[in-house]
Design a protein around this ligand. Structure first.
Ligand code: SAM
Length: 403
């Protein structure tokens, strides 16, 4: 080895050095031979062979893992899966059990009178799943219709910019994001419009994550977040120039109550727009499969029930809003919203195995796998609802508080 190294470092005679072609071929050949013989010698040592095998297997698994993840999968480090949100590690298992029990449904009519306790369990839900969502989807916790040639991220941003345009968000305005998650939409909208955006979420863990990401993006002067319930807004009346709500109003026990709170904090003449999760006219409450799908969507997404389009419009009017626009953005997309769910679910099979083993070896808290199983069931139901066209997560309602 020693002599080979010395050999390779021997200066090339000047006559050869002046022939770049010879040098260009011979030198790499020598280096390859040297490397091969070094590897051969190293392989004679068993420990090195085993280490090389383990590194090889890990690298291959990682590459496959990234490949199946597609556009949506594996957005953060896998180590995030062991995080427990704002729940103490030892409370995680009890959290998912209580959650599953609360949201159990079977007749397509929601959780009944229990619905008034929904916010508490919505909070538990987001403590359990925020890291999963970030890991498997990204920082925007919503769907989007996708154009041909558009990436998943581009479709998400376009969907967010659309809602900002609906409420005419612009520089100098103060906009409310009702149910803001970890702030993916808030950051896009602040950049797109120049408006100041205040988000509200019921989940403490999301406040921490959002604050961190706002700082990282250099948007902490435009964006801020508060913890609280959008059913009891901690803001003065008539204080916002606009409000949007992305796939969050579906968690409200009574939609009109949420709309009334938003109405109260908006200035007269200001706009409010919401992407609602609703059943479509194709949903048939006498069809057992439709009912099961809707129940599974509600159970796996912390919903007290799933409402219809007429019910949402009635809630808007009850709150005092004028309806400016309403329509379903799921219709006519080049790539339908449920397609991304299908890709994510393919990746999720691997995550399912990983979470099971991480839990077994104590790398993730007890209950992590059960939480992932719950999310998988929800994903299947969402996909099927999209295929049948009985449900939409993007029914846009744009409303205005009268002058
Ligand atoms: C599906 S996530 C959507 C988050 C965000 N709009 C986005 O698109 O990334 C729903 C959000 O609504 C929030 N939420 C649900 N019920 C709430 C309540 N009563 N008060 C405040 N936020 C609530 C959750 O904490 C979560 O952040």
């Amino acid at each position: 080895m020693q002599c080979q190294l010395v050999y390779s470092m021997t200066p090339v005679p000047s006559s050869t050095a002046s022939q770049p072609n010879t040098l260009g071929i011979i030198a790499p050949l020598q280096v390859t031979k040297m490397a091969a013989s070094m590897v051969e010698k190293l392989m004679e040592k068993k420990a090195v062979t085993y280490t090389a095998a383990v590194v090889g297997v890990c690298a291959t698994t990682y590459l496959i893992y990234k490949k199946i993840g597609g556009d949506t999968g594996f957005r953060t480090s896998i180590t995030k899966l062991g995080n427990t949100g704002s729940l103490a590690r030892e409370d995680f298992a009890a959290g998912i059990d209580a959650y599953n029990e609360f949201f159990q449904q079977s007749d397509g009519k929601g959780v009944g009178e229990r619905k008034f306790n929904t916010p508490k369990f919505v909070d538990t839900f987001y403590s359990l799943i925020t890291d999963f969502y970030e890991y498997g989807w990204g920082q925007s916790f919503h769907f989007a219709p996708r154009d041909k040639g558009e990436s998943f991220d581009e479709s998400i941003w376009r969907h967010e910019e659309r809602i900002a345009d609906q409420i005419k968000a612009g520089a100098g305005m103060h906009i409310l994001d009702a149910g803001c998650g970890v702030g993916g939409p808030m950051r896009t909208i602040a950049k797109h419009s120049g408006a100041n955006v205040t988000g509200i979420t019921i989940n403490e863990y999301q406040v921490g994550r959002c604050t961190e990401e706002n700082k990282k993006a250099g948007l902490d002067t435009l964006c801020n977040i508060v913890q609280g319930s959008f059913l009891e807004m901690p803001f003065p009346a008539n204080s916002f120039d606009g409000c949007y709500c992305i796939e969050a109003a579906c968690h409200a026990p009574v939609l009109a109550e949420l709309y009334k709170e938003i109405f109260k904090v908006l200035k007269p003449g200001a706009h409010f727009a919401s992407y609602e999760w609703l059943t479509t006219p194709l949903y048939d409450s006498n069809n057992a499969e439709h009912v099961r799908i809707v129940d599974d969507i509600a159970e796996g997404n912390a919903l007290p029930d799933v409402r219809s389009i007429p019910a949402a419009l009635a809630a808007a009017k009850e709150a005092g809003f004028e309806v400016v626009f309403h329509g379903d953005y799921a219709l006519g997309a080049d790539i339908p919203w449920e397609q991304a769910m299908k890709t994510a679910r393919r990746a999720a099979f691997l995550t399912d195995v990983l979470t099971k083993w991480m839990e077994r070896f104590g790398l993730a808290p007890r209950g992590t796998w059960a939480t992932h199983q719950m999310l998988l069931r929800a994903a299947e139901a969402l996909e099927r609802s999209g295929d049948l066209g009985i449900f939409t997560p993007m029914y846009l309602v744009t409303l205005r508080k009268p002058m």
